[in-house]
Ligand binder design. Structure first.
Ligand SMILES: [Zn+2]
Ligand SMILES: [Zn+2]
Length: 311
């Protein structure tokens, strides 16, 4: 059964929120599960405007502890107390995230009626395992410890070929479902028919990747290969590359280079724009990125990316 998978850009700005541009944050919904990536100031405003049941976020993944990625967190934790929840809320992030969450709770005297479990990521690894998918952290290169994340679904069985089942004497009906579920069944004349007789080769699951803030380095491409959607920092235009390098950020064409070199990336959405660019000016970033990777789009606040299985 196809699970619904979609990503919502909550904010696309870097450094500071602007009147019409919230700070970089992404919400991924997979069926009933919600995962938040970064929570800058104003993230909850964007969540509220999307009108999702966001107070039941399962887990929050923080790239790094710069203010533009974490100052929205205390408010989110507080408002999440307005719903009943039995499951704890998990927060993953680099060192200092536990201290940040703990001191916010203490100093702000926050009333929180659910468990918060903060896990600091010490080394790149799978940090969250769900039913049929996992979320993996990988290292970025910024002015402090910073992680990118990839949500990856398990491999899916190959496509079912009804004509092959029919040829082998398996009638349409429950036996087809069993073959698709990986079970061997018996044909009308008592022969074993195996799943591999009627299924194509296994297909990879879907993948959503998130990269911000980082210097460009070619090795990162391997982490995001096969992404249906890569959301990646594209903070500056090419001309400002020296300044990007100095601040350990990326230019838009470098995000596109990652998307191109990773292999199998279907779409790149740029994010974490410098506040120097008006919405109109973002065209420069888009054009430079598209020269390298044509399937690039500009992310915008509350833009939704459905992630379908097409093959
Ligand atoms: Zn930032
Ligand atoms: Zn930063």
């Amino acid at each position: 059964m196809e699970m619904n998978l979609e990503a919502f850009i909550l904010g696309c700005g870097g450094m500071m929120p602007l009147p019409h541009r919230h700070l970089t944050s992404m919400l991924v919904r997979r069926e009933g599960d919600l995962f938040l990536f970064d929570a800058g100031e104003g993230t909850q405003v964007s969540l509220r405007r999307l009108n999702l049941r966001w107070k039941k976020i399962n887990a929050i993944f923080i790239s790094h502890t710069h203010a533009d990625h974490v100052t929205g967190l205390p408010g989110l934790l507080m408002l999440s107390s307005q719903v009943d929840r039995d499951e704890p809320l998990y927060i993953y992030g680099p060192p200092k995230i536990a201290e940040y969450v703990e001191s916010s709770r203490r100093v702000l005297d926050m009333y929180i009626n659910y468990d918060i479990i903060v896990k600091e990521i010490q080394a790149p690894a799978v940090c969250y395992e769900g039913d049929g998918f996992r979320i993996r952290a990988f290292p970025l290169r910024h002015t402090k410890t910073c992680y990118g994340y990839a949500l990856e679904e398990d491999m899916r069985p190959g496509a079912f070929h009804p004509e092959r089942a029919a040829e082998r004497g398996v009638p349409r009906g429950p036996l087809w479902s069993r073959l698709q579920a990986g079970q061997t069944v018996q044909s009308v004349d008592g022969m074993d028919v195996k799943p591999e007789d009627v299924l194509g080769s296994p297909r990879s699951g879907r993948k959503v990747s998130y990269i911000t803030d980082s210097l460009y380095f070619p090795e990162v491409a391997a982490e995001v290969s096969g992404s249906d959607l890569l959301v990646c920092e594209g903070m500056f235009e090419r001309e400002l590359l020296p300044s990007a390098v100095e601040k350990k950020h990326m230019a838009a064409f470098q995000a596109a280079t990652i998307a191109r070199d990773a292999g199998g990336v279907k779409k790149l959405a740029l994010i974490h724009y410098s506040p120097r660019y008006t919405d109109h000016d973002l065209r420069i970033l888009l054009d430079e990125a598209r020269q390298v990777f044509p399937e690039t789009v500009l992310s915008k606040d509350r833009l939704r990316f459905p992630i379908d299985n097409v093959d």
